[in-house]
Design a protein around this ligand. Structure first.
Ligand SMILES: [Zn+2]
Length: 384
């Protein structure tokens, strides 16, 4: 399976400016190819004898003209422009298959990155060799053994990272629970990050809230600085650092949580309509803090790596409104109600725990059937 290890880099000033230049070349090539793609597509629409755009043809075109038109591209690894155009091809593929939106132009300072193929770099202990640059120090050694496939060099705030993808046979596995509670339902929520059907509540950090004040101060400070000034650059970096810190705290908590629950063989979560919920302003901040999407992404690969199974229940399944004791379904249960009494069987429910228990019941019965009347998944993925 493919595993990536992201390692902080320790470049000196000369190296850092090379990395920034390579990111710039990648971004330029991506934007050039996207504009060219749009132009060629328009031409093809008007006159079908013109070929449809393709990433292969665009790469050949750029190679043919870059020496003359963009000679500064030659100062960095040839991978930077090439891989950027390959990624544009993938972005279009995802768009055509309905998995993603139409590709957008890349902006400076937003996900600055470039990709290297494995024939273009070398890793030895805690160093990586990049073409036209030489050896750059890494903060740690590569954790996984196996065939190295590619590397992505990226910038977050003012720090540099390399993410190295390795094809490895041995994956770090989580010890499984050895009793009858091999299935777990997880209610992902707002008041607690997650509630397990076993009764555990994982509160999770709410970094945004604690750092929000600082964030506001810094954005205000930034907006007061004169555009293009050195002070504005400094303020920008300060703000970016706070954003990076918030995201690190959040990711760390999510990783710990998803690794921990991988001890269960079957995990059941709800397919939350995140974009719909984020539109609700009051909920928005807590929800994006919790990163539901990221939790689901991690659960997907961690259960797979652990030979477990992830069951994703349709969001119309009444996990909250159904009494996990007797099966009675309430007509309505406003979000503000955290606790309720079932008037059929008389049991008092904690809202989140009750939902988690319903999801656990789904997990147990998932191999054969249905929750909420429809067959909603196969092999852990919802059927669309
Ligand atoms: Zn009941």
């Amino acid at each position: 399976m493919l595993t990536a290890h992201r390692i902080a880099l320790d470049p000196n000033d000369v190296q850092a400016s090379y990395l920034a230049k390579a990111c710039g070349v990648a971004r330029f090539a991506y934007n050039w190819a996207l504009a060219e793609w749009q132009k060629q597509y328009e031409e093809h629409k008007k006159d079908p004898t013109h070929p449809k755009p393709s990433e292969g043809a665009l790469r050949r075109l750029l190679n043919a003209i870059k020496r003359e038109h963009f000679p500064w591209m030659l100062e960095v690894t040839k991978n930077a422009p090439q891989m950027a155009i390959i990624h544009l091809g993938k972005a279009f593929k995802n768009f055509f298959s309905g998995r993603a939106k139409y590709p957008q132009f890349r902006k400076k300072g937003v996900h600055d990155r470039f990709t290297l193929t494995n024939d273009q770099f070398e890793v030895a202990d805690s160093r990586i060799r990049i073409p036209n640059l030489g050896w750059v120090r890494m903060r740690e050694t590569l954790r996984f053994a196996g065939k190295i496939l590619s590397a992505v060099v990226s910038r977050v705030a003012d720090r540099w990272f390399v993410s190295i993808t390795v094809e490895t046979s041995e994956a770090p596995k989580q010890k499984k629970v050895q009793n009858d509670s091999i299935a777990v339902g997880i209610d992902l929520g707002v008041s607690a990050m997650a509630t397990l059907s076993t009764g555990e509540k994982i509160v999770g950090p709410k970094p945004h809230r604690t750092l929000l004040c600082r964030l506001r101060q810094l954005s205000k400070a930034l907006s007061r600085k004169v555009k293009g000034s050195r002070n504005r650059e400094k303020a920008k970096i300060k703000l970016a650092r706070i954003h990076a810190r918030i995201s690190n705290i959040r990711l760390d908590a999510i990783h710990k949580f998803t690794t921990d629950v991988s001890r269960f063989s079957i995990i059941c979560i709800e397919d939350l309509n995140v974009s719909g919920m984020v539109k609700n302003r009051r909920l928005a901040r807590s929800i994006s803090d919790m990163g539901f999407k990221e939790i689901r992404r991690q659960l997907e690969y961690k259960t797979e790596r652990n030979d477990g199974k992830l069951v994703v229940v349709d969001r119309f399944f009444p996990s909250s409104k159904k009494c996990s004791n007797c099966g009675h379904v309430l007509v309505e249960l406003p979000l503000s109600v955290r606790q309720w009494n079932c008037h059929i069987c008389g049991v008092t429910h904690d809202r989140d725990l009750n939902a988690a228990k319903n999801l656990a019941a789904c997990a147990v019965s998932s191999t054969v059937q249905v929750c909420g009347g429809k067959q909603l998944w196969s092999d852990g993925y919802p059927v669309r």
